[in-house]
Design a protein. Sequence first.
Length: 375
Amino acid sequence: MNVSEYLVLSEAEGGLELHAAGGWTSGNAGALEKKIDQVLAQASAKGRKVQIDLSGVVEFDTFGAWLLQRLRRDLAATGADVELSGLAERNQPLLAEMEEVDPQGVAKPRRRDTMDVIAEGLTGIAHDIWSFVTLFGAFIAGLLRLIARPRDFRFTSTVFQFDRVGFQALPIVILVTFIIGAILAQQGFFHFRNFGADLYVINMVGFLVMRELGVLLVAIMVAGRSGSSYTAELGSMKMQEEIDALRTMGFDPIEILIVPRVLVLILVLPVLTFIGSMSALLGAGIVAVFYADLSPQLFISQLNEAITVTHFEVGMIKAPFIGAVIGVIACAEGLRVRGSATSLGTHTTRAVVKSIFMVIVFDGLFAMFFTAIGM
């Protein structure tokens, strides 16, 4: 059948007439869609009556019903008064079903203006802050309840998390901090050598590692490694309704799932920070010996003069607070997962990004605070 015969447009008194014919089925999909697009482009139906005569249609399936519904909808969108006639009685239920399923068609997405985007972003930030504060309060309350009832403390779960977050993280923490310490020292010696200030590189590395870089590097690695793990675990449990099952059985998910995880991060991060800082200083020392031709005794002596107990305390004080931030953010994102793999991936990514961002923010706030009080 010729494409032009599927739908014929003609002028009529008071409006337009469309005569449909042939097989309106999926087998003729390409020809039908092409003809409908041509008719819609040619027809000047605005505010006019349009009569669609379907008496010539010999075959009709779901695809044909959908095309007819689309044609009627597009004509009506121009302001035309559309009427159908002549459709075989056996095909009318199919068209009625299509009208019920898609009476208005797919609505075009509304274009969002700048204020909508800003408002949505601010609302999201407020919701994130509220979720963080709420879960942190729940963690404190759960921890106090466990202190009051030590027999309810999940010792086995806590030891398991210690192993995962602490001992299993040692190799990557030691390796990365060692390399960073070595790179920092090498670049320092390379540039400071021009000024005859090789020894001051040791002061710089010791100061930065003990106060800032040690805790910052370890926290970022823990956020990416353990924070994402927390979110994925809790999100998977949320998807499988295991957390709801715990509540149904009378258990508190905060005490069972949240407290051990966050508590372990609070306790483990200072230890990892200390080990990471020592590893970074070791890397710097090896570079000082083999690259800058300094003796180990000179390196240790200069480092001893540069680093005080105060510098060590600054790094150690930061670590537990940053550990709590990472743990609470990771757990909060895990509890916000909905029932899809996409949601799990999205919230896991958000947990890592938010944790790293907040680690940097808290580190900066602590740095300004300690500087202000003279530490």
